[in-house]
Design a protein around this ligand. Structure first.
Ligand code: CU
Length: 110
């Protein structure tokens, strides 16, 4: 019951994003897509349900990482993708180990 307004907002935001060009596109398989281009995560902030997968696509000509200090790290090679399964503790800030100014945020929701 408590999560109802959050779910509605998520649905609404996703719908708007799809209409606006799909930058927050959510697949039917529960994958949330983040593009890395020009040394930035886009979108920089994502809201993900626990059990969904975040997939980063690196369009830059050099490697990046999604690194959580004291936590997990995904390496995203140039021109490739990498993914992370969202778990309950994944409301986190992450950054790129090679370019620490690159920062992203994940908000995990039930
Ligand atoms: Cu980087």
């Amino acid at each position: 019951m408590i999560s109802d307004p959050i779910d509605r907002r998520r649905f609404l935001l996703t719908g708007i994003a799809l209409v606006a060009g799909g930058s927050l596109a959510r697949g039917h398989n529960g994958t949330i897509h983040v593009t890395i281009e020009n040394l930035a995560f886009a979108p920089a902030t994502v809201e993900a349900q626990i059990g969904e997968t975040i997939e980063w696509t690196n369009k830059d000509p050099f490697d990046h990482t999604a690194t959580v200090k004291g936590g997990w790290e995904a390496t995203i090679p140039a021109g490739h993708t990498a993914s992370h399964l969202v778990t309950v503790e994944d409301t986190v800030e992450y950054y790129c180990r090679f370019h620490p100014n690159m920062r992203g945020h994940i908000k995990a929701v039930p």
